[in-house]
Unconditional design. Structure first.
Length: 155
């Protein structure tokens, strides 16, 4: 069986609004965070996250956080790239209050939690059309004011 190979695409820093907590719903404890901006920087993509998307997260009964994100990157050369991804954050229950307090300077060591995403891209740009056919994986961490990812294409 083949092992997965990957290629580094870019680092992302995405800044988020304060969480809107809907509370317990039939799908879990729902949290909505709006994207307020951010950056994408790497050998394949350079640009900024537009303040046009958000994250619809929910804390599941097993205490993991299910992620559902929609975002738009505007590249330095003017192309628009729509990004969608799901993912998971898994941490001990006592870490979640610190992870969700994105305004705090007291950051949680990323080695203490699991944070992975599976981005898909969509663009009409000829230059970036190759993104339309790849699956990516993001390794995430919580930063002050938002989240950061290292994004890889699965070859």
């Amino acid at each position: 069986m083949d092992q997965l190979q990957s290629s580094f695409l870019f680092d992302a820093e995405i800044f988020l609004s304060a969480p809107i907590a809907l509370g317990a719903t039939p799908e879990g404890n729902r949290i909505i965070l709006n994207i307020t901006g951010g950056t994408a920087s790497g050998p394949k993509i350079k640009g900024k996250y537009l303040p046009s998307g958000g994250e619809w997260a929910r804390i599941r009964p097993d205490a993991s956080l299910a992620i559902d994100v929609r975002a738009c990157i505007e590249t330095d050369d003017g192309a628009l790239i729509y990004v969608t991804y799901g993912g998971r954050i898994v941490a001990s229950p006592e870490l979640y209050p610190r992870l969700m307090d994105m305004g705090s300077d007291d950051r949680v060591d990323p080695a203490l939690y699991y944070f992975r995403t599976a981005p898909l891209f969509e663009t009409g740009s000829e230059k970036y059309a190759w993104l339309n056919g790849i699956q990516a994986v993001g390794v995430g961490r919580v930063i002050k004011g938002g989240v950061a990812y290292r994004i890889y294409a699965i070859d």
